[in-house]
Design a binder for this molecule. Structure first.
Ligand SMILES: [Zn+2]
Length: 261
């Protein structure tokens, strides 16, 4: 098994299911039916620490989703993630138990978890449809909510997908306890040496930091000093960056979407 996640294969496998089953729109993507067609039964029930679990037995599998997962978008992501393990990791015969962290983080975590989450993002929000819906838009709160409604996905996975498929300069940052938990930049940043250390305190002047001070988070995108977030970026001809903060109070997290004006 390779050490680096194979993101291209993971996404291609997922989008291949759209052609295999002749799907045209997200409402046709009934995950329980897709799972069933693949030989997997999906059940909800109690799980100790995991959010979702796959047990493989020959050609059949059982996916259990924790009954603590209430938000429909998160549940869909969890099922899609387990279908990803099923399709991509046939060599793993033991039981796979996936935590909340495994389910979203395509930036950290082990190779199998990253691949299953890339698969899930691509299955729920295939690039051909997502690019069409997101074309010409910037990732404001209302853009992300609109896309999440259309695709039946969580705010977090939708915001991440926006950045992953964007042709512009934009960045997804997830913060917790006033610190950067993890982040992802669009491909445009390429080799520009952009780096943020996980665990770094949020810039006090950022919109996201308001949430952790108990202040009202600006609902609209804000211009923020670019250096506060990114440090010196000589290749960028701008002094400010736009930040849309989206609080997720039930998870005590904030998403910041950053893009150039
Ligand atoms: Zn997993």
């Amino acid at each position: 098994m390779s050490q680096k996640p194979n993101k291209i294969i993971a996404a291609a496998e997922a989008e291949g299911l759209w052609s295999l089953y002749g799907l045209k729109s997200p409402e046709q993507l009934v995950l329980e039916n897709i799972a069933m067609a693949q030989g997997i039964v999906v059940m909800d029930g109690p799980l100790d620490s995991a959010v979702a679990r796959l047990v493989r037995s020959g050609d059949t599998g059982i996916v259990r989703i924790s009954d603590r997962v209430r938000e429909p978008g998160r549940r869909r992501f969890a099922i899609a993630h387990e279908i990803g393990h099923w399709r991509l990791h046939k060599q793993v015969t033991h039981l796979l138990a996936c935590t909340d962290e495994d389910l979203v983080a395509t930036a950290l975590g082990n190779v199998l978890e990253v691949e299953a989450s890339i698969f899930a993002g691509a299955l729920l929000m295939p690039e051909f449809l997502f690019a069409e819906r997101a074309a010409g838009q910037v990732p404001t709160s209302s853009t992300i909510k609109g896309l999440a409604d259309y695709f039946g996905t969580s705010i977090t996975s939708t915001a991440l997908r926006f950045v992953e498929t964007s042709n512009d300069y934009c960045i997804f940052v997830l913060s917790e306890k006033n610190r950067i938990r993890w982040w992802r930049a669009s491909n445009s940043f390429g080799d520009h040496n952009l780096w943020m250390d996980s665990g770094t305190a949020l810039p006090p002047g950022s919109a996201a930091a308001c949430f952790f001070r108990g202040e009202e988070v600006p609902a609209r995108p804000q211009h923020v000093d670019l250096r506060l977030w990114l440090g010196e970026m000589p290749f960028i001809q701008a002094y400010t960056i736009i930040e849309q903060a989206i609080p997720l109070p039930s998870y005590k997290q904030v998403i910041s979407l950053l893009w150039l004006p």
